[in-house]
Design a protein around this ligand. Structure first.
Ligand code: NDP
Ligand code: TDO
Ligand code: MG
Length: 298
């Protein structure tokens, strides 16, 4: 099997380099790759890359993920998150390849308190969410064989994420306020990459699994409780923090204005994925503790 990975240097791309390697011949690209185009703003270039390699599977881990910045860089976000996946889907269709792609909880409006299912109404609140939804739709409309995994709140030892931001801010500041009314599941890039490898192995033998799946760690938490968990773990690990104990302040979304609006209810229901791929999804604490131990050098 020949696998072509775009976005090899992001949180998820880095873990996919590890998890996809045993499946076959793996070619990995990022936007800086010299020999072949891995820059998603170059639609003709990525089309040619796929044509040249004739892969069995294309995995796209590249995306425009700066949620607030997307509000003012709409065209660039649309190009990377919607037009490029559309191009990859067309190229996949042309060579009979599978396209594996990732999307987000931010396609939902965050109403209610139940975990969202794949069939629920999508209604993004932000430019990022809208461009990611457009990417999903373009892939589905291309009718290429595809796996789209919607996930949430991704973290990894390598790269930037909320957990690492909280650690940094708590080392720099004596005050820190975090939103307590947005609820979701922190999901490790390791888990996403491992599930992706498992799903690809199954999909190539069973094309009827082609479709959209929610894929998050088990459980749910607010950003505030997530931050508290990360900082407690750091204190227990002997990491010196400037932020005094009990100084982390819970605030509401209304008290933390941002350019992009984010969903209050980011819970995703994993049942379809678990049933179709015969998988168990571990709780968010398991992967998070591994990541924290790794970055604290324990
Ligand atoms: N991070 C999160 O919390 C969540 C992510 N997702 C989705 O999961 C997937 C993986 O995200 P994650 O790994 O966390 O994100 P990262 O931001 O860590 O990685 C995205 C990668 O895409 C690259 N990229 C950006 N623009 C281009 C371009 N024009 N051409 C090629 N590569 C480009 C970035 O490169 P560079 O660093 O050079 O800009 C970066 O390496 C994405 O589809 C994302 O939308 C879904 C839910 C939550
Ligand atoms: C830094 C900071 C953030 N927050 C809030 C803002 C926001 O609601 C929440 C998380 O902040 P972030 O900047 O990490 O949020 P954000 O970048 O929007 O995270 C999202 O990224 C994209 C790519 C996704 O697809 C989503 O699943 C989600 O992970 O915490 C605070 O309350 N206090 C703070 O000091
Ligand atoms: Mg962010």
């Amino acid at each position: 099997m020949k696998i072509l990975l775009f976005g090899k240097s992001g949180q998820l791309g880095w873990e996919l380099q590890r998890s996809l390697a045993p499946l076959g011949e793996l070619i990995t690209l990022d936007r800086h790759s010299q020999t072949h185009c891995g820059d998603l703003t170059n639609l003709a270039g990525i089309g040619k890359t796929v044509q040249d390699f004739q892969p069995d599977v294309i995995v796209n881990a590249a995306a425009y993920t700066a949620v607030d910045k997307a509000e003012s860089e709409t065209e660039l976000a649309q190009l990377i998150n919607a037009l490029a996946p559309a191009k990859l889907a067309q190229a996949a269709k042309d060579c009979g390849a599978w396209l594996v792609h990732y999307s987000t909880d931010y396609v939902f409006d965050g109403s209610g308190d139940q975990p969202w299912c794949e069939s629920d109404l999508v209604q993004p609140l932000s430019v990022y969410g809208k461009t990611k939804l457009d990417g999903e739709l373009a892939i589905q409309q291309s009718s290429c064989l595809h796996l789209i995994f919607r996930t949430s709140w991704v973290y990894a030892a390598r790269g930037n994420n909320f957990a690492k931001t909280m650690l940094r801010l708590a080392q720099e500041r004596e005050q820190l306020s975090v939103i307590n009314d947005q609820i979701g599941a922190p999901t490790g890039a390791e888990l996403l990459a491992d599930v992706t490898a498992h799903a690809i192995k199954m999909a190539i033998k069973q094309p009827d699994v082609s479709g959209l799946y929610h894929l998050v760690a088990d459980g749910q938490i607010s950003w505030f409780d997530y931050a508290a968990y990360v900082l407690d773990f750091a204190r227990q690990s002997g990491i010196p923090l400037k932020l005094p104990e009990n100084a982390l302040q819970a605030i509401s979304t209304a008290q933390y204005p941002t350019p992009a609006k984010r969903p209050l209810n980011s819970r995703l229901n994993n049942n379809k994925l678990k049933a179709c791929f015969n998988l168990n999804l571990p709780s968010w604490q398991i992967g998070l503790e591994r990541m924290l131990m790794e970055i604290h050098g324990k």
